[in-house]
Design a protein around this ligand. Sequence first.
Ligand SMILES: NC(=O)c1ccc[n+]([C@@H]2O[C@H](COP(=O)([O-])OP(=O)(O)OC[C@H]3O[C@@H](n4cnc5c(N)ncnc54)[C@H](O)[C@@H]3O)[C@@H](O)[C@H]2O)c1
Length: 415
Amino acid sequence: MTATVEPASIVEHSPPQRSAIRSMTRPPSIAADAFFAELASVLPRGDAASLVVTHLLPGQMNFLPALGQVAEVSAVLPKPKSADRRTQDVVSETHRLDPLDRGRFADPDWLASYLEDRSDGRPMVLVDIGGYFAPALSEVCRMLPGLIRGVVEDTENGLRRYLALPDLACPVYSVARSPLKEPEDRLVGEAIVFSVETLLRRLGEVLPGRQATVLGFGKIGAGIAAALHARHVRVVVYDRDPIRQAQAVAVGYGRAAFHDALTQAELVFSATGNRAIGMEELACLHDGAFLAGATSADDEFDLAGLVRPRSGFERDDVVPGVARYMRDGRSFSLLGSGNAVNFLHTSAIGPAIHVIKAEIIAAAARLVTLPHEPGLYEVPHGTRAEIAAAWLDAFQPTDSAPAPVTVASEEGALL
Ligand SMILES: NC(=O)c1ccc[n+]([C@@H]2O[C@H](COP(=O)([O-])OP(=O)(O)OC[C@H]3O[C@@H](n4cnc5c(N)ncnc54)[C@H](O)[C@@H]3O)[C@@H](O)[C@H]2O)c1
């Protein structure tokens, strides 16, 4: 069950603050900085510190100063498969970068000592992408009572890792199912298809007219299917959940049994986060098929057998990002080593990224200013509406006056 701490009062937002960030011609990075500066102007200054698991991607890091105001960023932990070199260099000028390692983070003794060191005596907010803090969370909360103020988790996969715990030992905010996340999900589908198309074009191939299967018609799979449809690709969807399958069929996509969905497709996109494809499924793939994933290879595929010496597969690295595997006169190509293929090309999604980062910061602000029982939380609707209004003002202003609404808590303005 999702609990919410309801905002205590609604106060007026002064129009000059809003008009200060208005401009039809402002470049996106300046608009993003202005958006987060406005956010910071209404956020509390907390005495907490934060650790921030994040992609390090161009155009996506503007949120760090505003988050740092709420809970000083004691270290940034880049996700290894989505750390752009130049972005990393820029962020390292102002922030400590620590390595992210699922194995070490699962060890309570190691994690407790690491958190104690980085907290410098302050309570900590853990900003997560992918459930890195989940395995050792209960044990660390028991070992160091009061140290962890709470967790803010960005993704669906990460949310599932927290939900799988027998109980939550501290408050955990999730933004994965927020309406403010929906544009990102849609645009990630677009970015995944862009990357696959880019790789195919390097091989002299194109998308239009092909037959594709999308496994998983969730938030990302629906975006992939829409982006493929827009490129004149014939799309079949397979989702094991009949509700999702019906949604796909109802909006016009084809349907097939799992085995047929694999054998008939020249392109297979796996967006389940649930290891839908293992070694057995590889044997069913259409000869010459391309296989692409939406999340970390370990979460999407179970392909450990591919690299075993006796697998019988021969690997040919055709171009960067495309590995062809051949056996018994048949082949398939794995794109981006099975990892989320959009990160091969920066996974750019434009200003949509900032609106969900703002919700993450608002969640952190709630953790540092409001008392919470352990449990799962979402940011209240009124706060989301306020973030959306500020984002619209920054990136798509109109001449009419913005709605003067600000959500505040008894302790001070949150947003
Ligand atoms: N690449 C990126 O930038 C990016 C961004 C956000 C999320 N993701 C990842 O993409 C994955 C999907 O996320 P989502 O938000 O769409 O999740 P979701 O829960 O909304 O959708 C997953 C869908 O897969 C279906 N499914 C699960 N197991 C299946 C199986 N074995 N066969 C067929 N269908 C199956 C489920 O029924 C569900 O409809 C997650 O791992 C998520 O973390 C990637």
